[in-house]
Design a protein around this ligand. Structure first.
Ligand code: BES
Ligand code: MN
Ligand code: ZN
Length: 500
């Protein structure tokens, strides 16, 4: 089923589909609930009493075939105690509503948001509810040849949101729609199988952002060789699929000359580990080892689609890490684009090699205000932080603080990890300038230090998303393994701090 289509209105009738009404704890019925209750001869009041329903956050009460109106159902959606609601909860509420509507196989629904309380949702809270329905509504079934009965008609769910602030909500929603499309694009790229989404194919999809006004440059193998991307090419050399580096340029700022901000993503379209091959169990998940690149692509989509007034560079390094007669060996020494040499200890520590060259290239070419890289970089970050927080490493306290705030607001949480000379020393090599692993201890930190050696002191953040980028945790806004993690976080960072 396609995503729901959303519209906003000042009022709506009660003659078809599902009516969704919001109810908070310890708060009287708002005007919408009062009128729906009256139209149905007090059905809502009776149902709430009989069910002993407490409107805790994300709990709901489903009332079937109410008398006195043409509605199929009334869904009372709990908000919990109004004072406890966080900004990030509104999208979760929207996601919950979408989940219920899908379960009901609803074709039309009206969300009544006029609940008339002092701390009633703002236009932006309401747009967030709509945003949540789009995140939860995302499906990936392009490879299913048999459609389920309820999907066969292909009709999408139409949701109308009724609110006093409908005009303002509609306006805020336009930007949220752009963001939801960006998140869902990232998810799609992560889920696509690695036989379909190899470096060249990924670059072709990235090219589609041109339609939104993003300028795209694609560097092929020949150019990368000529430029000297030795670290990236070493990873790629065992694969039958040639590498690509894609550069996105979005010039949305008032001044074309405004210094850009830059986002860089690890795009290993499949990571076997190479000659240091991974065990078989769970290896299929390594099709998602390009979640960083997917996030950058989704973010550039969102920024361009909402015409964000900022100059932003996106850069993704796309390779496949395969074992082969021509593959890189442990013991090899490669020369990176920066000129620094790297001794390969473990060919499975490939993400940092890709990032080393792309990060160096971006700071040399675009002189950005800052660089943020995202990478499914280390299993060690899963050991440290699980799947709830992404690991954040930064040379800028200001950026770290801004990201931490954006994380709290969006629910894409980040936890700052240390950088220190003692860890940096662990990647010194006896035979080259550095080695690509630092041993078992502090694995995420030494990986971050490796990338840091290629930042040339440009303010920098590294986000290790190995835990959050691929995540089967069932949430209100995501039921699939690919979370699209980081698109919301970085869009919020830009919106709150870097728009002209
Ligand atoms: N892509 C992996 C990291 C990863 C692991 C992502 C689990 C998502 C889930 C990365 O390329 C890798 O293999 N890292 C190694 C580094 C080690 C060889 C120093 C790891 O974490 O084991
Ligand atoms: Mn690896
Ligand atoms: Zn990897």
């Amino acid at each position: 089923m396609p995503l729901p289509t959303l519209s906003f209105a000042k009022s709506a009738s009660l003659d078809e589909g599902v009516a969704v009404v919001l109810l908070a704890e310890g708060v009287e019925f708002g005007p919408d609930l009062v009128s729906i209750d009256a139209a149905t001869g007090g059905t809502v009041t009776r149902a709430i009493a009989k069910a002993g329903f407490k409107p805790k956050l994300l709990s709901s009460l489903d009332i079937l075939a109410p008398n006195g109106c043409g509605l199929d159902r009334i869904l009372v959606m709990g908000l919990g105690v109004p004072g406890d609601l966080k900004a990030r909860d509104w999208a979760r509420i929207g996601g919950s509503i979408q989940g219920k509507l899908a379960e009901f196989k609803a074709k039309t629904a009206t969300i009544f948001a006029n609940w008339g309380q002092a701390d009633a949702p703002t236009a932006s809270d309401i747009a967030e509810i709509a945003f949540g329905t789009l995140l939860r509504g995302f499906k990936f079934d392009v490879y299913k040849t048999k459609k389920k009965d309820d999907e066969a008609d292909g009709k999408s769910l139409k949701i109308t949101i009724v609110t006093e602030t409908f005009a303002a909500a509609k306006k805020v929603f336009a930007a949220k729609k752009a963001l939801a499309d960006g998140v869902n694009l990232a998810r799609e790229l992560v889920i696509e199988p690695p036989n379909v989404l190899y470096p060249e194919a990924f670059a072709d999809r990235a090219r589609k952002l041109e339609k939104l006004g993003v300028e795209i440059d694609i560097l092929g193998e020949k150019e990368l060789k000529k430029l000297g991307f030795g670290a990236l090419l070493g990873v790629s050399q065992g694969s039958a699929r040639p590498p690509r580096v894609v550069i996105f340029r979005w010039n949305g700022a008032k001044s074309k000359n405004q210094q850009p901000i830059a986002f860089i993503g690890k795009g290993v379209t499949f990571d076997t580990g190479g000659i240091s091959i991974k065990p078989a169990a769970g290896m299929e998940d390594m099709k998602g080892d390009m979640a960083g690149a997917a996030c950058v692509t989704g973010l550039m989509h969102a920024l361009a689609a909402r015409k964000a007034p900022v100059n932003a560079i996106g850069a993704i390094g796309l390779v496949e890490n395969m074992p082969d007669g021509n593959a890189q060996r442990p013991g090899d020494i490669v020369t990176s684009l920066s000129g620094q040499t790297i001794e390969i200890i473990n060919t499975d520590a490939e993400g940092r090699l890709v990032l080393a060259d792309v990060v160096w290239y971006v700071q040399q070419t675009y002189k950005p205000k800052f660089m943020i890289d995202l990478a499914t970089l280390t299993g060690a970050i899963l050991v440290a932080l699980g799947k709830t927080y992404a690991g954040l490493f930064s040379t800028s306290d200001e950026l770290a603080a801004q990201l931490s705030q954006a994380g709290e607001a969006t629910g894409e949480l980040v936890w700052r990890m240390p950088l220190a000379a003692e860890y940096d020393k662990m990647i010194d090599s006896q035979f080259a300038d550095m080695k690509n692993t630092g041993g078992r201890f502090g694995g995420s930190i030494t990986a971050a230090h490796f990338i840091k050696r290629f930042t040339n002191d440009v303010p920098w953040v590294h986000l290790d998303i190995a835990g959050t980028g691929m995540d089967s945790t069932q949430t209100e806004t995501n039921r699939l393994w690919a979370s699209g993690w980081g698109v919301r976080l970085l869009d919020k960072l830009v919106q709150d701090n870097y728009e002209s």
